[in-house]
Design a protein around this ligand. Structure first.
Ligand code: 6PG
Length: 259
């Protein structure tokens, strides 16, 4: 049994390049170990803008001091998503499209290793149910079991949301479903998202957060004395896994540990 409430492993980097290289190293290490021990590696990707540079770096053929592309066991890595917008895969807002354009279309990834959320469905709820069923099949889950991703990559919004778990969302306290399709009032749209218990069952959760505009929230979440979780990102505490925050200088600027 892992630490029930792991102390977050907070890693701070001076700039985006160093931050993304650190995230790429963590993925490379875990993917290599995972394939060596279990023959495959399952990763749920995050959306938004922050991870684009990471995805590009992982697939890059440019000469870096380390080549993540050359080292990653692409044919043994299974790519999932932690959440998706309620749009078709070719839509510019699609989290699948962000990863597809930056990485998956540029690296030797077998098509059957890409497990996108079918968010083109007219019903976000149906897309959520289909994704949950796919996860139950892939992870060979019995009733009541949760998928255990090897790594879930998450971002965080300035409002403390993560994946598509937004403040006051009905999905925040869903303890039965693996995937939910909450209405997001501020965005006037449905989203499809893994629920907190599904995320918290991962072997590792990595938050990749960048920018000064998030510094206050990062401080509240990592150093706040908040008894009751106020922000969705505070609900992410893997029960048997690592919790890693990979921050740039801007996002970390208010942390005591950064001073
Ligand atoms: C999404 C993401 C979301 C994202 C944060 C941060 O679908 O948008 O999953 O949780 O990680 O909103 O987004 P940025 O990286 O664009 O700041």
């Amino acid at each position: 049994m892992g630490d029930p409430n792991p102390t977050p492993d907070v890693r701070i980097f001076p700039d985006q390049a160093a931050q993304m290289a650190a995230a790429a190293d963590e993925i490379l290490r875990r993917a290599t170990d995972g394939v060596a021990s279990q023959g495959k590696f399952t990763i749920a990707l995050s959306g938004g803008t922050t991870p684009r540079a990471l995805y590009a770096l992982l697939a890059s053929t440019e000469r870096h001091e380390r080549s993540w592309r050359a080292g990653l066991p692409w044919d043994r890595i299974h790519f999932f998503w932690g959440d998706e917008r309620h749009v078709p895969p070719e839509h510019p807002d699609s989290n699948f499209r962000v990863a597809q354009d930056a990485m998956l279309s540029k690296a030797p990834v077998p098509a059957e290793n890409v497990h996108r959320i079918l968010a083109e469905s007219s019903s976000a709820e149906l897309a959520a149910e289909a994704y949950a069923e796919h996860l139950r099949t892939f992870f060979r889950l019995e009733a009541g079991q949760w998928p255990r991703f090897d790594l879930i990559l998450l971002g965080m919004g300035a409002d403390g949301h993560t994946a598509s778990l937004f403040p006051e969302s009905e999905a925040l306290y869903d303890q039965t479903r693996i995937v939910a399709a909450p209405w997001v009032e501020k965005l006037k749209t449905h989203r499809v998202t893994l629920t907190p218990p599904a995320i918290n069952n991962a072997a590792a959760v990595v938050f990749l957060v960048q920018g000064e505009e998030k510094a206050h929230r990062v401080k509240e979440i990592l150093e706040g004395e908040l008894a009751k979780p106020l922000y969705p990102a505070q609900l992410i505490r893997p029960s048997r896994g690592a919790l890693i925050w990979i921050l740039d200088r801007g996002a970390a600027k208010l942390l005591r540990s950064y001073a």
